[in-house]
Design a protein around this ligand. Sequence first.
Ligand code: DQA
Length: 151
Amino acid sequence: MTKLIYVLNGPNLNLLGRREPEIYGHETLADVEADCRATAGECGLSLRFFQSNREYELIDWIHEARADAEGIVINPAAFTHTSVAILDALKTFSGPIFEVHISNVHQREAFRHHSYVSLAATGVIAGFGVAGYAFAIRRLGQLLAVTKPPA
Ligand code: DQA
């Protein structure tokens, strides 16, 4: 049976391709979703892909993932730098979590240098453009392929 992962996207990422393309590039969120689906397929994973501008919706999907999914890739966008609530939700998830940022947040304004989400993340990818999503999915594929010994 294929293992299910969630790919979650935070506020303003629905405007990808049109929003500050000099920072975030020209690919749209639909392009990112197609890339993610192709990569997940190569890794033998199935995927649910979501975007919301609302913090509570991201939290609800993280709760849903607790029951349904084995790994999470999340670009929390601006909530990265503000949301203790998303951090707390991620801390309830027992599988690997990869935090992805399209831009190199460490090269940008000081307020983008701190991430609440990183406290719960297995790994962080920043500054690889939208390719970061595929890198995170491939790593999830590796981690989830390792069979757990019986308890
Ligand atoms: C972002 C970086 C955040 O600082 C910003 O608020 C975003 C996108 C990125 O993917 O580079 O919306 O998460």
